[in-house]
Design a protein around this ligand. Structure first.
Ligand SMILES: *[C@@H]1O[C@H](CO)[C@@H](O)[C@H](O)[C@H]1NC(C)=O
Ligand SMILES: *[C@@H]1O[C@H](CO)[C@@H](O)[C@H](O)[C@H]1NC(C)=O
Ligand SMILES: *[C@@H]1O[C@H](CO)[C@@H](O)[C@H](O)[C@H]1NC(C)=O
Ligand SMILES: *[C@@H]1O[C@H](CO)[C@@H](O)[C@H](O)[C@H]1NC(C)=O
Length: 649
């Protein structure tokens, strides 16, 4: 049997004509993937013009080198597509003889001709531009349009009102009474809120979630930082070699960790609904209300980042890669940024517009599903049935899509996917949908119910205690599970579509179950190692700003990447450096962003909507903390109008 499979694999191998490895000598026959002419010396010339282009290698006649490049690129799981190159060209220097002293020529034609000739000379290959050419001079007039001006007015207003609100609180407010709307913008109060303790005894056992959330957001940033830098890799050969190193697969297969957010979100929702149901009827009106609350809580901060991306980010800096890293996102946001505001952006493909927020959209859709499931299925029995059905559907869906669309088994962070920021990678596009993440959320919901019941009555969970040391094994198991994705990166053709479909169906649910076991161990204190780390009080404050950090980290990474005027040597040291720097920047920026944007806007919106009621005899800071709970991006409050009491769902 093994022999047959092997023979089959070999035959597939030969028909594909993939080249898995090239020695360095052969590798260097290929034109370099990236090259940048010196930027500064170019644009500081009189009239200096610098162009950045994407080119495809082509040939009219059969060409030995091009064939090798194509066959090498065919193994796209570990290799770049070496027929697609990027060049930063100093038009006025490198292509000088094509200008004939005429500076108003068609830049596209000139660049194309210039590159055509140089590739012909060096490699006997021709080139074709595959995108518009973006050319830049140093002193180009800033194209400020009406949108930019409106955005500037808005940002100025935001700063001013924070200033006014803070002064108002300091000098005019006595005994904590005053205009609530203006007080939303008081820095003093928001600072207190940022540092406030969690008051809710119900959630004492869930406080490890703060640690998990913070660490996960840091993990996301650490992975995104090098992805953006793939566009400026000096040593693609070494980068491709890292795929043979199993430890790098923590990053390459790490996308699955995002499932943690979904499991946590489902868990908190189910748990909070249980708490709420202790004292209230679960009426169906909670569903639209819940969705509205959630939308109001996520959107202000998200919208501010979107507005910035649509307008002023263009002018922050410049560099050879600026158009690719920043300009492309701006363009995509102009095209379909509005989808981000209704949280359907995870159904838009090939858009770089705040691509990291696919998670928010997916989470919003699952949240809606979860509200329906938890509120309409009132009895424990009906809830079990509903969740089981959803789970089965959720497991089947990814398999079907993988089969129909011939996708990969899970998201591989391949060099080519990274070069396109993943947005053109079909497997990623399918994985970011709401409907392909159902199992994680459902497991989260079940877990939330389980935790609630277990905390009420320990005897219901006593069987779980017997697992003992297994809880300590969860973290090594998670690591091993992620690393095991390594087997998919072998030098061999793709696995059969059936195997891929099955893996696609089960890879995430199994991981989610592992996470659920981990959470059980933590919440019920069956293990004391990870729990101690995650329940550390120091996580609370960064967890509160983690939503801010999450939405602003990509603009930050893009800006820094776009400012690079040279290629970088990618490797472990560089990745660590970029990761640490970007995490620090994102969180450093997240604190002011939270204080001046997220927290005040949230409160203001809730005041305007009239969702916040007066509550007497309650300390102001504590009240605001319970009223506008911003430390869980997955949690929103529902306000019970009868009692003026707030609960979070
Ligand atoms: C690389 O491979 C080519 C062709 O297979 C061979 O001719 C050459 O000697 C090799 N070079 C090295 C340094 O191994
Ligand atoms: C590589 O890129 C070229 C042009 O951009 C494309 O035609 C080709 O299909 C790509 N190859 C692979 C293996 O994706
Ligand atoms: C420069 O090139 C443009 C476009 O090719 C042409 O219209 C123009 O006449 C040229 N000017 C000179 C001085 O050659
Ligand atoms: C460059 O080569 C390609 C492929 O042969 C050709 O289509 C294109 O017209 C050439 N461009 C110029 C400016 O010569």
């Amino acid at each position: 049997m093994k022999g047959i499979i092997f023979a089959f694999l070999l035959s597939v191998h030969f028909s594909y004509g993939e080249i898995y490895r090239l020695n360095v000598t052969e590798y260097l026959r290929m034109p370099p993937l990236y090259h940048l002419d010196d930027y500064d010396s170019c644009v500081y010339q009189p009239n200096g013009t610098y162009c950045y282009v994407d080119i495809d290698l082509v040939s009219d006649s059969p060409n030995d080198l091009l064939l090798m490049i194509r066959e090498y690129s065919e193994h796209n799981i570990k290799h770049f597509n070496h027929t697609r190159l990027h060049r930063g060209v100093c038009l006025t220097k490198t292509c000088q003889q094509y200008l004939h002293g005429n500076n108003t020529v068609d830049q596209r034609l000139t660049v194309e001709k210039c590159l055509n000739d140089s590739f012909w000379k060096d490699y006997k290959l021709k080139t074709r531009l595959n995108r518009e050419v973006s050319c830049k001079k140093l002193h180009e007039p800033m194209n400020i349009n009406v949108g930019d001006i409106l955005a500037a007015v808005f940002f100025t207003f935001l700063i001013l009102i924070n200033f006014i609100g803070s002064l108002y609180d300091l000098f005019f407010v006595k005994d904590g009474k005053g205009n609530k709307l203006l007080l939303s913008f008081s820095l003093k109060r928001n600072w207190k809120k940022l540092l406030a303790q969690d008051q809710d005894p119900n959630r004492e056992s869930l406080q490890g979630f703060h640690g998990i959330r913070t660490l996960m957001v840091m993990g996301v940033i650490v992975t995104h930082a090098p992805v953006m830098l793939v566009m400026s890799t000096e040593n693609p050969y070494e980068l491709e070699q890292t795929y043979y190193d199993i430890w790098f697969h923590v990053i390459y297969n790490g996308c699955i960790l995002v499932q943690t957010f979904f499991v946590m979100a489902g868990c908190l929702m189910a748990f909070n609904i249980k708490v709420y149901a202790e004292k209230h009827q679960l009426h169906w009106t909670l569903i639209p209300k819940g969705i509205l609350f959630r939308w109001l809580r996520l959107t202000p901060a998200n919208a501010v980042v979107l507005i910035f991306t649509l307008t002023w980010i263009r002018f922050v800096a410049s560099g050879p890669l600026w158009e690719t890293l920043v300009g492309a996102e701006v363009k995509d946001c102009h095209r379909n940024g509005w989808m981000n505001m209704i949280y359907l952006n995870n159904y838009v493909d090939n858009s770089q517009c705040m691509a990291q927020t696919w998670y928010l959209a997916s989470d919003m859709q699952l949240y809606t599903m979860g509200l329906f499931a938890c509120i309409l299925a009132k009895t424990a029995r009906s809830r079990k049935i509903v969740l089981s059905i959803l789970f089965v559907i959720g497991v089947i869906i990814p398999g079907i899509f993988t089969y129909l669309k011939d996708l990969d088994a899970f998201i591989f962070l391949t060099p080519e996917a990274a070069r396109n920021f993943l947005v053109t990678y079909p497997t990623f596009n399918e994985s970011k949908r709401g409907h392909t993440n159902i199992p994680a959320y459902v497991i989260g919901l079940a877990l939330g119910n389980f935790i609630y019941n277990g905390l009420k009555d320990e005897s219901r969970v006593k069987n779980f205690k017997k697992l003992g040391y297994l809880y300590y094994l969860t973290v090594p198991m998670v690591l091993a599970y992620i690393l095991s994705g390594f087997v998919f990166y072998q030098d061999r053709p793709k696995f059969s579509i059936y195997l891929r479909a099955i893996v696609a169906s089960f890879v995430r649910p199994v991981f989610d179950l592992l996470l659920a076991v981990f959470f059980i161990g933590m919440v019920f204190k069956y293990e004391n190692l990870y729990r101690r780390i995650l329940e550390w009080r120091g996580w609370r404050v960064p967890a509160r700003v983690s939503y801010s950090a999450y939405i602003i980290h990509v603009p930050i990474i893009r800006i820094f990447g776009g400012m690079n005027s040279q290629l970088l040597r990618m490797g472990l040291p560089q990745c660590i450096k970029e990761g640490v720097v970007m995490v620090s920047f994102a969180f450093l920026a997240a604190y002011p962003f939270w204080l001046f944007v997220e927290a005040p806007l949230n409160q203001a919106v809730f005041h305007i909507m009239g969702f916040i009621k007066e509550e007497k005899k309650q300390d102001e800071a504590q009240k605001m903390n319970s009223v506008n709970q911003t430390d869980e991006k997955t949690v929103i409050e529902l306000d019970n109008r009868n009692k003026g009491e707030n609960i979070r769902i």
